[in-house]
Design a protein around this ligand. Structure first.
Ligand code: AMP
Length: 547
């Protein structure tokens, strides 16, 4: 029997329309690339997005066209999200931290027809424009009087001029909720980058899921500052979640250093944030050095790579900021799990609660997880058994853009497809998932797995260590043994022996790294994660003293 309910498609344009109608005067504050602070609101953002959509269509943008962006977090970037997606096109957010050749490859693979960019990235655009013949116009997102000129870029259109050429009478079209709305390429440490193509339906459902109280739990009383870039999996969905719930938004633009962030947190009374661990290192260092306090900052989501327990404790115990450790990936839109306590945990001693909060957490309704062995047999949820992590749900990819890499899914006996995350994890009886490694980074010593994340977390909790990474290096007897690579805090003189002794009593003895190497810096990838591939190359000729 067919139900008798209205058939309204789930569209991202309806999120913005909702915000304009019900939270019209709620502010969106941006630190602009131009350097100043800019203020707008949801009503204006919706109107400008509509004009931009109309203007793009007048310039020939059609249904399904990919509109590229190379931009920081700011209101114009959000307008392009809604204009491109709302009109039936696809916003393709490109990571500007990639090499220009890779950017050109991605722009061409995506088939972008327009590309909007922040002025910071003009040199990249100059380098790639000759290689990207499909792009009809390059759009610097600046005021008219700052419009650049360049003889290397064929068709430069000023963003504000373009927007003003669109009509305010434009109406958002009713689209198929399964049509594409966003495209984001994975970091691709091996092979070509692959595109995750999100739908209206997946983006709206993801935003609902993300907004749930035990997920991000954002509300109309929050002021959210996404530090996570809008070019990294849609800033984890915040540009959709914030207008859905009516939260004020604060965009940090290009200034992600501790001082700039702190000033914005305070001046705009930010309550909520989200970002990868590396940016929080900078902020924590700044507030510590300057003996500062946060007056309104209450909660932050930390994910993208494992959040060291020492960082969780620093935020919670020293600054009263609740840390929500989260796991996800480009292919899961990205939210998969978030870590919050349940009623049954509330009477546990603090140390046991802390142990739970270090995990990557519990699924959000919509996502299902399982862990399997190399023969695809399910591994028990006992909190100890490691397995390859598989995920499924309405906001998980079933295939990559243009079929790149073939069918990625793993099928169970019932023929249900699961996305292999490439992560290795345990799941405890309460369903809390704990990532122990990327499958490519796992160390196998004498046939047993050692978690590099656990070893790194311990090293980082040492007061003299600024950053740490663990890689496996060949060993004649054990196949592989862990090598700890660390960056000392400025002025600290901790020794190899001190560090190795620091592991005593914290892990099984045979997990202790075989050696320590001190370096000036650890290579980071385009989304701020440690590039273990690069690190392994760096230590390709290294021999363990135990070998
Ligand atoms: P990306 O698609 O670039 O966002 O990368 C996704 C990958 O980042 C995941 O498959 C994990 O390996 C890693 N990751 C994300 N969040 C976490 C986390 N909280 N702890 C450990 N690894 C994480």
């Amino acid at each position: 029997m067919q139900a008798l309910m209205m058939d309204m498609p789930l569209l991202i344009s309806s999120i913005l329309q909702h915000a304009a109608r019900h939270f019209g005067d709620v502010e969106i504050v941006s630190r602009r690339t131009e350097g100043d602070i800019h203020r707008t609101d949801y009503k204006t953002l919706e109107r400008r997005s509509r004009r931009l959509a109309d203007a793009l269509q007048r310039r020939g943008a059609q249904n399904g066209d990919r509109i590229g962006t190379l931009a920081w977090n700011n209101y114009r970037h959000m307008e392009v999200y809604y204009a491109a997606g709302g009109m039936g096109g696809v916003v393709h957010t490109v990571n500007p931290r990639l090499h220009p050749d890779q950017i050109a490859w991605i722009v061409n693979h995506a088939g972008d027809s327009f590309l909007a960019f922040d002025l910071t990235f003009l040199p990249i655009i100059e380098a790639i424009a000759p290689q990207c013949p499909n792009v009809k116009a390059w759009i610097p997102m600046v005021d008219r009087d700052r419009q650049p000129t360049s003889d290397k870029i064929p068709n430069l259109l000023n963003y504000e001029e373009l927007l003003e050429s669109g009509s305010e009478d434009y109406r958002w079209p009713t689209l198929d909720e399964r049509s594409a709305v966003g495209l984001c390429y994975t970091s691709g440490t091996t092979g070509n980058p692959k595109g995750a193509l999100y739908s209206h339906r997946s983006s709206v459902l993801h935003a609902y899921g993300a907004a749930l109280p035990d997920a991000m739990g954002a509300s109309a009383r929050d002021t959210i500052l996404p530090v996570v870039p809008m070019f990294h999996v849609n800033a984890w969905g915040i540009p959709y979640v914030a207008p859905m719930v009516g939260a004020k938004l604060v965009f940090p633009g290009p200034s992600l250093d501790g001082k700039s962030l702190y000033e914005l947190f305070e001046s705009e009374k930010v309550t909520y944030s989200a970002g990868v661990p590396t940016v929080w290192l900078g902020l924590l260092q700044y507030v510590r050095e300057n003996k500062l306090r946060f007056s309104t900052f209450a909660r932050t989501v930390i994910g993208g790579s494992a959040c060291p327990p020492s960082m969780i404790r620093a935020f919670q115990d020293e600054y009263g900021v609740e840390v929500i450790h989260a796991w996800g990936m480009t292919e899961t839109s990205p939210l998969g799990t978030l870590c919050r306590l349940q009623a049954k945990h509330l009477d546990l001693p603090k140390e046991q609660q802390e142990k739970i909060l270090e995990k990557q957490g519990h699924v959000v309704f919509g996502i299902d997880l399982k862990i399997v062995d190399d023969d695809n047999q399910e591994v028990p949820w006992d909190g100890k058994s490691f397995g390859n992590l598989l995920a499924r749900g309405p906001w998980v990819v079933k295939e990559y853009f243009r079929g790149e890499g073939g069918d990625p899914l793993v099928y169970d006996e019932d023929g249900e497809g699961w996305f292999p995350t490439g992560d290795v994890a345990t799941i405890d009886p309460d369903g809390y998932m704990h990532i122990t490694d990327r499958s490519k980074d796992v160390i196998k010593s004498g046939g047993e797995w050692i978690s590099t994340i656990d070893l790194e977390n311990i090293a980082i909790s040492h007061p003299s260590i600024a950053n740490a990474a663990v890689i496996g290096v060949p060993h004649p007897k054990w196949d592989e043994r862990p090598l700890l690579v660390v960056v000392r805090e400025p002025g600290a003189d901790v020794s190899r022996e001190d560090l190795l002794a620091f592991y005593e009593g914290k892990i099984a003895k045979w997990w202790t790294p075989d050696d320590v190497q001190f370096v000036e810096s650890i290579p980071l990838g385009a989304t701020g994660k440690i590039l273990k591939t690069r690190l392994r190359e760096q230590f390709a000729d290294y021999k363990l003293p135990t070998a």
